[in-house]
Design a protein around this ligand. Sequence first.
Ligand SMILES: Nc1ncnc2c1ncn2[C@@H]1O[C@H](COP(=O)(O)OP(=O)(O)OP(=O)(O)O)[C@@H](O)[C@H]1O
Length: 321
Amino acid sequence: MDSVVETHGLTREFVRRGKGAKLLTRSALRAVDDLSITIAPGDSVGYIGANGAGKSTTIKMLVGILVPTSGTVRTCGLDPLKQRRELAARVGVVFGQRSQLWWDLPVRESFEILSAIHRLPPSRSRARTDELVDRLELGEFLATPVRQLSLGQRMRAEVAAALLHQPQLVILDEPTIGLDVLSKQRLREFLIGERRSHGTTLLLTTHDMGDIERLCDRVLVVDHGRVVHDGDLDGLARAAGAGRTLVVDLTGATPDLTGIPHTTHVSSEVDGARQRLGFDSESTTAAAVLAAVSERAEVRDLSIEEPDIEDVVRRIYRARR
Ligand SMILES: Nc1ncnc2c1ncn2[C@@H]1O[C@H](COP(=O)(O)OP(=O)(O)OP(=O)(O)O)[C@@H](O)[C@H]1O
């Protein structure tokens, strides 16, 4: 099948007006610069980069909200500007900060309106709503007006709204921002299931490494509107040289756990009762590090901190400059 997203030399400039010594000045800012990418059906792609790197501008061009300055874009085989309505039937978009639900209406009524907008036959609308209510656990607040929902509840309802018509491509802009651990987990599990059962293609921007790790097979890193890394997650970690951190809570004061193979002692708190050990997933595993720690101290609790996405992105940028 043809690509779900295909861009060639896609570029978008914004004119910036500033104030010089005497005159008003105008300069062009290239938010997206000569972007050529292909996304195949069923792919799950993370689109990451620093603030202002050009992610939202790209997404807006993919869905026909912004006109490119030059280059071409096809989404689901369509021209997003000329075939915006056809495209709306095939794409679902979730902008973390913006709602597509009706604030004062109960969630269920928003779904009914969206079903009508997408002209879903009543039986299909019912079956799909039931499926989403079940898989996103929306049942307890279906009758609640959107403005009364918690952030986690609202995001789940937003995702359901965007996916009601079972789009071929789902674009999510910061889908888990501000959510607690449990809500993030639910949302990610849902997206994994959706992809598995319907072959949905996912494109998401995020600042959360957990989203990338759980959801994406491929990562595009963008810097000043240009793709500077395109590959799988391991490739990203390798390119960035970033490791994970094992945090151990020990039963009492413990000397620094130095000298464990393939680890770096990062920090100790409360007289060493909590310690952080950085390790490189290429050379060792969390289990091996834990086993080595357990030989020297009694472990009460543990957690693993993923590399911070900003850190990974910064390292990739630095490596290129
Ligand atoms: N309407 C606009 N007018 C002028 N400049 C704009 C406009 N929209 C975006 N920009 C500029 O284009 C650049 C890219 O912005 P964009 O919103 O695409 O970045 P982003 O990667 O999505 O950032 P973030 O992670 O902060 O959302 C930024 O420098 C931004 O200031």
